[in-house]
Design a protein around this ligand. Structure first.
Ligand code: CR1
Length: 829
């Protein structure tokens, strides 16, 4: 039953844009209203957080208007939509990005200035939602922005973790972890939807039966039930659309938990309630061994079940039939984290909506598409049969049934026993476990990798058997980045220099950067270009002094590696090279070395010893070099603690050199590589992940390529790699490695870095020593080029000019065409 007056009011908001105004006067008025009525503040007691919250609420009103308008128009067109299922989202600070997308940055700045307030200071107050580990979560958020910009009817589904990725502190050179209390001061961006909630069952047992009509059915008698409640955050696209990120929070179900207890058991009931809420308490840091982590499996199932129930609810609400579900929705599985969705949709269709197996399977296997984000064997998810059976007994039955039908199909096709065992959803080696990547692949209509190289390796190696069976199922979508956030917002100086030159159509079409090419050799433009970079570097210097206590000369070459700390990413390769330079300078042979600031940032998984030792190595080398008068005018080393989106936005614009030095074949794509190049850094990198395509675009002559190819890496391994030979035969390598265990680093304890030393000379799984010489030689080229300012600038300009491909707008168009079969909906404002 519609309320006509409300409806009339809503459409007036839509028609009359001034209803929620974009003018300075409107913003000022609304901001003061929020401060007074929403926060109830006496002027004398107003805190910075009040100012931030009042401004955020002012902007949220405008964001919600865009969302409501977009949703109405999507509904009007009855458009096919996308649900992006992701256990992680890393949106970064919302305020600045929303001001940019609403095109009210300047008006807001002026409105605040009239109140003697500084927008930048208010922007600084925002605590970002760290609901992801790194690249995968950030990618999901870049895609949200691009889907909104392009007018894709989309919704992002995930988990509202109370504590996001831990806060990293450096204590005596070591990483220490503190809880991330991002909700401590409230979260003005979300809208809680208490009426949008679903029940999710766990544990217990199943019971099969036959109905009066003779129909076989299964009932699940759970041990516990938990309620998921929706929290919506509007995510804006550029200039008009808004979509929502819907995150689920776990709560106790009143009836289930309380009614069965009598008063005497009240406290036990409260305890049970608290236990229910645990499910969405904390994000798991990746890279750790997650198998056996019961709570993690519960998180995955919890958010997937809420999301699918929500979609079915919306679908039926619109008067549609369930058997056309897959025609109305495509669900993108962001890695295997949400892949239990395959079994859950089957369960919902079979057990709750009375469907037959074949119909349910048709719908399910035409709904999902799966993106793989890693080939690292230790990161491929498996859940043991015993755990899965205990937490999700019905799903285990369904997985067995899916598997037995699938294996039967393989047998009919004539595959042999070995092939069948390899492809089975169940791994029989050691403790029986479900291979989630296999479940996702069998249950999806498309499977993609995240760069050309990675998609090829996915097809020829990890999922080779499946690619042979269903070649048309496999495709590639190379990652991209939200260039509006990572250039327009975070590098305003460069953005306006570019806009002055070529206009601002790049905001919606990054390929128009090509027009910059013709200015690459222009000395006047180069000088402006250089000046922008220098200003950005000066700002980063302030941050480095403040957060790391290191003074850096902005004239130095800023050589930067920021990303999660992991052996395959080889931060220690860069460190070995720094030690080599240090020893050269000490020998009085450092004339050719460019004055460089080596900047690192990134978190190590709390349980990953080697990664933490690498951080300790960086801080030890920093201490040694920064305090050595003989060296520190030439070299500085900085570890910037607690890398997150906010800091990233200050780092990329200030980098001269981007380090993308993983062992070839290990980095699925990388997205930092794109953000650096977009901001004018040159790249030193291996032929790994999207580096390959970046180099293709910018030209080999504008890229510092080094190291083995994927094939060469595999050949080295096949022939029996013996890193010790490099230690014995290459005096440089020996000198640097011996230095690690000489007692010169750390607290003078020669044993501190022994595990790293041993690892490198004995296994060196990521072939650092093999690539070391090639890396050092490339660095010599870097130093030489750095001495030639105008040539450096020319290449920097060319790099930016050729980044068009790496906008996430392009990635989303690829998803629409190759996978989703979804048309953008052109929206009226
Ligand atoms: C990959 O390691 C890639 C991102 C986004 C990461 C990185 O190379 O850029 O995904 N994978 O696609 C990951 O987090 C769980 O796997």
């Amino acid at each position: 039953e519609h309320n006509r007056s409300i409806e009339k009011y809503f459409s007036s908001i839509g028609e009359n844009a001034s209803e929620i105004g974009r003018s300075k006067a409107d913003i000022k008025k609304d901001f003061l209203h929020k401060l007074f009525y929403h926060l109830g503040r006496v002027p004398a007691l107003t805190t910075d957080n009040d100012l931030y919250t009042a401004l955020a609420l002012t902007v949220r009103d405008r964001a919600l208007r865009q969302f409501v308008r977009s949703t109405e128009q999507f509904a009007e067109k009855d458009a096919r939509g996308v649900a992006y299922f992701s256990a992680e989202f890393l949106p970064g600070p919302h305020l600045g990005n929303n001001l940019l997308n609403l095109e009210i940055m300047e008006e807001t700045r002026q409105a605040l200035a009239e109140l003697d307030l500084d927008l930048d200071h208010i922007l600084e107050q925002e605590v970002e939602p760290g609901l992801g580990n790194g690249g995968l979560g950030r990618l999901a958020s870049c895609y949200m922005n691009s889907m909104a910009t392009l007018g894709i009817p989309a919704i992002g589904y995930g988990i509202r973790y109370e504590f996001g990725i831990f806060k990293q502190e450096i204590r005596e050179g070591w990483q220490s972890e503190a809880t991330d209390k991002w909700l401590h001061y409230g979260n003005p961006w979300e809208v809680m939807r208490p009426e949008i909630s679903y029940e999710v069952k766990f544990g217990g047992r199943t019971e099969a039966g036959t109905s009066k009509e003779g129909k076989y059915f299964v009932e699940w008698h759970p041990e516990s039930v938990i309620k998921g409640t929706a929290y919506d955050t509007p995510i804006l696209g550029y200039q008009s659309n808004g979509i929502i990120m819907r995150l689920w929070k776990a709560e106790a179900v009143e009836s289930f938990d309380f009614s069965i207890y009598n008063m005497g058991d009240y406290y036990r009931a409260v305890e049970k309630k608290l236990r229910s809420e645990n499910i969405t308490k904390v994000l798991y840091p990746n890279d750790e061994n997650l198998s056996g982590k019961e709570l993690r499996l519960k998180q995955q199932y919890f958010f997937v079940s809420c999301s699918l129930q929500d979609m079915i609810h919306l679908h039926l609400l619109q008067g549609r039939r369930l058997n056309e579900f897959h025609e109305k929705f495509s669900v993108q599985l962001n890695d295997t984290h949400p892949s239990i969705a395959v079994a859950e949709l089957m369960r919902l269709l079979l057990d709750e909506h009375d469907m037959e197996w074949d119909d349910a399977w048709h719908i399910t296997s035409h709904t999902f598409a799966y993106t793989n984000h890693t080939l690292l064997p230790e990161a491929l998810e498996k859940w043991s049969i015993s755990l899965l059976g205990r937490i999700l007994p019905r799903h285990l039955e369904l997985i067995y049934e899916i598997n037995s039908r699938f294996l039967e199909e393989l047998r009919e096709k004539g595959l042999n026993g070995e092939q069948i065992a390899r492809m089975s959803l169940i791994d029989d080696h050691g403790e029986q476990a479900v291979r989630m990547a296999h479940l996702a692949t069998v249950g999806s209509y498309k499977v993609n990798g995240v760069s050309a190289l990675h998609s090829r390796l996915l097809k020829t190696q990890v999922l080779n058997d499946f690619a042979k069976l269903w070649p048309e199922k496999f495709t590639n979508v190379t990652n991209g980045v939200a260039h509006r956030r990572f250039l327009a917002l975070s590098n305003p100086r460069l953005a306006s220099l570019i806009t002055e030159k070529i206009g601002d159509q790049w905001l919606t079409d990054l390929t128009s950067f090509r027009e910059l090419e013709k200015y690459a050799g222009d000395p006047a433009f180069q000088q402006q270009w250089r000046k922008v970079k220098l200003e950005n570097k000066k700002e980063l210097c302030k941050l480095l002094a403040e957060r790391a206590g290191v003074e850096v000369d902005p004239a130095m070459l800023f050589d930067v590696q920021v990303k999660r700390i992991h052996e395959y990413k080889r931060q220690h390769l860069k460190v070995l090279h720094i030690i080599d330079l240090y020893l050269r300078i000490k020998d009085g042979k450092g004339e050719d070395i460019a004055a460089s600031a080596f900047i690192f940032a990134g978190k190590a998984a709390p349980g990953y010893f080697m990664a933490k030792l690498i951080i300790r190595l960086i801080t030890a080398v920093a201490d040694l070099i920064n305090n050595d008068e003989e060296v520190n005018r030439k070299l500085k080393v900085v570890f910037l603690p607690n890398f997150n989106v906010k800091q990233a936005q200050r780092v990329y614009p200030a980098a001269d050199l981007s380090e993308q030095i993983s062992m070839a074949g290990k980095e699925a794509s990388g997205t930092g590589n794109m953000k650096f190049a977009l901001n004018g850094a040159l790249t030193i990198g291996t032929l790994d992940g999207a580096n390959v395509e970046i180099m293709e675009e910018v030209g080999e002559e504008n890229f510092f390529l080094f190291g083995q190819t994927t094939e060469e890496v595999q050949e080295t391994k096949r022939k029996g790699y013996r890193p010790y030979e490099f230690y014995e035969e290459n005096s440089n390598i020996r000198r640097v490695l011996d230095f690690l265990v000489s007692g010169a680093l750390g607290e003078g304890d020669p044993e501190l870095f022994r595990p790293l030393f041993n690892n490198l000379v004995q296994q060196d799984q990521y072939q650092l020593l093999k690539d070391f010489r090639s890396y050092c030689e490339k660095k010599e080229e870097v130093f030489k080029l750095w001495a030639n300012e105008s040539e450096w600038d020319r290449r920097s300009i060319l790099n930016v000019a050729r980044m068009g491909k790496f906008s996430s707008d392009r990635s989303i168009r690829d998803y629409c065409e190759n996978i989703w079969n979804v048309e953008p909906v052109r929206l009226r404002d």
